[in-house]
Design a protein around this ligand. Structure first.
Ligand SMILES: [Mn+2]
Length: 469
């Protein structure tokens, strides 16, 4: 066969095939393709918004067939008010069973329901509003205040102050806690709606507390400038900053005349200054210290750091020794919770007891549970004693808080820790801190900062509740 005859034969074959199949399927094609213009194809609610995205020749043909069969009703005009509040999703059962009422909701009004933009000069949705993931970041979106300005003593009142202590030159292992306040604020961005099904036991007073809508004046004072070059000076800066905050009067508190301070650490050394200022402002008598930590932090300065120089003797593992020595610690009602790190010296346990601390270890939770730990704490401190909670985020297991200075395995989960804290309903919490959050060692998702923010949310709940009683 010549090339020409092969070509001719092929053309002949194709024409035959096309004509043959075309005539054989004509009836089916007529059945499938109904002329759309005969029917007014109605738009559903979703069509009116996303029609261009989801409509195809097939879906339009399906609707045309259903109209022809009487399975669909032509759209009838309805008032816009009738539409609002109705779920358009419950009625949707898939392409093959569009219910008639689904189409009844379509109307000229709904077709006009394309996005309607405000007037160009209307900023009512912008002014005073903020996105949860943006804005100038304060803790929990609380208002900021120049709390260190002496003039603010006359002009401003504070019920609860949040303040950062960006300091990490007292650590023995990984640094980075100077970035803790910033990290914790970032972790707090989703706070702001305080009612929660897990704040306190069901039906308890705590369960109805919303710290973000409490009527109390809760402010973020920003960070205390703390020099990184001399710990003695830096800690004194923190003390003076806390002192001036404490000199403010409270605004709407019914129980406290002075602001209670929640400090964002910072390495754990900062707690010594927080305790000093709280002691002077509130009690001038020893405070019940609840110390959540994996380390005892009462180390004798001679054993931890002080062997080098006296200057080195005050650090994040010895500050509670100094606090006890200074008389800030109530030796009848203070406790460590979550301890598990090894002792440095055989004398540590006795020295810790001499400083006035009882011990709940991390493994005690396996014996007595979350509720058992809360009960032990409540039995010890009661509801009258002034209590200060200092919480080293390393009390959590490193799985929940990897971004910390001296991580120790085998700690509490975040849920257990929050459960223990919320179980302290009724304590007289005069001050608190969360320390040792080191964002440079945190995960990309900021687990540690998120946990720290959640801990402070629990502190706020306990503080606000006391005021409501
Ligand atoms: Mn610590």
């Amino acid at each position: 066969m010549s090339p020409f005859s092969i070509f001719f034969y092929l053309i002949f074959y194709l024409i035959t095939v096309c004509l043959g199949s075309g005539s054989g399927n004509q009836a089916i094609i007529e059945e499938l393709f109904i002329q759309e213009e005969i029917f007014e194809i109605p738009e559903s609610y979703i069509d009116s918004i996303y029609g261009e995205l989801i409509n195809s020749v097939e879906t339009r043909q399906l609707k045309a067939r259903k109209l022809k069969n009487g399975e669909l009703l032509a759209p009838i005009p309805i008032l816009k008010e009738k539409v609002s509040g109705k779920s358009f999703f419950n009625d949707y059962r898939g392409l093959n069973e569009y219910p008639a009422q689904f189409y009844e909701l379509s109307s000229e009004n709904l077709k006009l329901n394309k996005i309607q933009l405000p007037q160009d000069d209307d900023v009512s949705d912008i002014n005073g509003n903020y996105p949860l993931f943006g804005g100038i970041v304060s803790f929990g979106h609380f208002p900021t205040m120049s709390c260190f300005d002496p003039k603010s003593l006359q002009n401003e009142r504070i019920d609860i102050a949040i303040v950062g202590a960006p300091f990490d030159t007292g650590v023995s292992y990984r640094p980075g806690a100077r970035f803790g306040p910033n990290g914790i604020r970032q972790g707090s961005m989703r706070l702001g709606v305080g009612l929660s099904p897990v704040r306190g036991k069901r039906g308890s007073k705590l369960s109805s507390v919303d710290p973000y809508n409490s009527g109390l004046q809760i402010v973020d004072c920003g960070d205390v400038p703390m020099t990184p070059f001399d710990n003695r000076f830096a800690l004194n800066q923190l003390y003076r900053a806390q002192r001036i905050i404490h000199k403010h009067d409270s605004l709407n508190s019914t129980f406290y005349e002075k602001p209670r301070i929640i400090t964002l650490g910072g390495d754990h050394t900062v707690t010594l200054m927080n305790l000093r200022s709280a002691y002077e402002a509130f009690s001038k008598k020893p405070i019940s210290a609840l110390h959540f930590d994996s380390h005892i932090d009462t180390w004798d300065p001679k054993i931890l750091g002080g062997g080098i120089s006296n200057y080195a003797g005050l650090n994040h593992g010895t500050f509670l020794h100094y606090a006890a020595e200074a008389g800030y610690i109530n030796k009848d009602s203070s406790m460590h919770i979550g301890i598990r790190a090894p002792y440095i010296d055989p004398s540590d346990a006795q020295h810790d007891e001499d400083c006035g601390f009882r011990l709940i270890t991390s493994t005690d939770i396996d014996e007595i549970g979350v509720g058992g730990i809360s009960k032990k704490i409540m039995d010890l401190v009661g509801t009258e004693n002034p209590v200060y909670i200092s919480l080293d985020i390393d009390v959590l297991d490193p799985a929940y808080a990897p971004g910390t200075g001296t991580a120790e395995i085998g700690g509490f989960t975040t849920r257990e820790l929050i459960g223990i804290l919320n179980g302290l309903e009724g304590i007289n919490l005069i001050g608190a801190d969360v320390v040792e959050v080191s964002p440079p060692f945190d995960t990309n998702s900021g687990l540690t900062s998120l946990a720290a923010a959640g801990v402070i949310d629990s502190f706020l709940g306990l503080m606000v509740l006391k005021d409501k009683e």
